[in-house]
Structures are given as C-alpha cells and as structure tokens.
Write a protein that binds this ligand. Structure first.
Ligand code: SF4
Length: 206
C-alpha cells in the first residue's frame, strides 16, 4: 500500500490548518502549549487574553514567583506545576531573540516533550523534525491500518518511514483534524471520510 499517496488528499484538506490554540506570537504559542497538556485547547483559549494582558512576554514571566500565575491559570489541570515550568522556561528564554526551533533544544525546557516540540516547530515555521502525536493521531493511525503500534514514539516512527519529510508538518495536523472532526472515538463518520476506500477499520465494518 502506498500510504503516502493515499494520504495526500487528507494533507491537502487539513494540512495547512493552524493549531486550534489561538496564539498571537511565539511567546504565547509556547505558554499555551505548556498549559494545554491534559487540558482542552478551548479552556486555554479562554484564559489567554487575561493572562497575556498581565504577562505580555517572556521577560514579564521570568522575574515572578510561580504563585503569581495561579489566579490566571487555575482552571487548567496541573496549574501549580505548569506555573513553575513557565517561569523556568521564561528564565531560560527571556534573553533569547527567538525560541529555539529544534526538538533537542526545546525538550531541554521543563514541561516540553517531543509532542509539544513538534507542534511548536510547525506553528513557528521551523523545518520538520518529527510528526506531532496527540490522542487523535494515536487513535486514527492504527484504525486506518498504517501500523498496529500504539505507543507515540512507535506510531511517529512508522509515519516518518512512509511519509516524506516535507509532508511531516501536514501529516500530524491532518491526522489530528481527521480525528477531531470525523474519526472520533465512537461512531466515526466513515461515509464522509476521504480515507474510506482504504481504511482498514471502515473496510472491516462492511
Ligand atoms: S474511514 Fe472511518 S475509521 Fe477510517 S479514518 Fe475515516 S473516519 Fe476514521
């Protein structure tokens, strides 16, 4: 199966979409990505305006005690730990002109793992170094039949082996949006899906 060929219509449809987090610059992007772990993007979008009114840049975060952030982020899961991470990230980056756009550098920062690093690199316009994995991608890829692996690093590796590097950014976003919009955990809308002719889950249900 030429998966890359069959996935192209999906990349065309969803590949250029912006991440659902409504950030306005790279500083906000990093902060919102850290806050969004195990929390919905909608919840982070709701608190963003007030948070960034008070803390408009890395420098404004770098000198505060994490507790100062609590009133603005207390609706997100793990807000105490995330407040600590954000201040440490700000201290590490406050004097940098730009946020580093490499997985190696980004994952040295607290609260930023490979998944977050891949999203930051894509959204900030860096060259792809991996394919971002979220819960949607991890559900959709085995359903389609591309791999039966379930662990994020193995699913990512399987995709990286079949998709050329210049499509890695589009791949993560496309598979995530497919999962959000059609390939939901229960009752996926296969009849409306661009992959219905080749998807193992759909073919086996007939
Ligand atoms: S055909 Fe159905 S199960 Fe397969 S990817 Fe599309 S929505 Fe998901």
């Amino acid at each position: 199966m030429d998966w890359n060929l069959h996935l192209q219509p999906l990349f065309k449809k969803y590949g250029n979409r912006q991440h659902p987090l409504e950030y306005k610059n790279n500083y906000q992007l990093v902060v919102m990505i850290v806050l969004s772990a195990q929390t919905t993007d909608a919840m982070v979008n709701r608190l963003a305006a007030e948070l960034f009114r008070i803390f408009p840049d890395m420098k404004s975060l770098a000198s505060i005690k994490p507790e100062k952030l609590y009133p603005y982020i207390k609706s997100v899961r793990g807000f105490r730990k995330k407040a600590e991470w954000l201040v440490k990230i700000a201290q590490a980056l406050a004097d940098c002109e730009d946020i580093p756009l490499s997985i190696e550098e980004l994952t040295k920062l607290p609260g930023i793992g490979r998944k977050s690093a891949n999203v930051i690199i894509r959204e900030a316009g860096g060259s792809p170094q991996g394919i971002f994995m979220d819960l949607h991608v991890l559900r959709v890829v085995p359903r389609i039949g591309i791999t039966q692996e379930l662990k994020p690093e193995k699913v990512e590796k399987a995709l990286m082996e079949i998709i050329p590097k210049d499509h890695w950014h589009a791949a993560g976003m496309s598979l995530s949006y497919l999962g959000r919009e059609l390939c939901r955990p229960s009752d996926p809308e296969c009849s409306s899906c661009l992959l219905k002719e080749i998807c193992r889950y759909n073919l086996h249900n007939f």
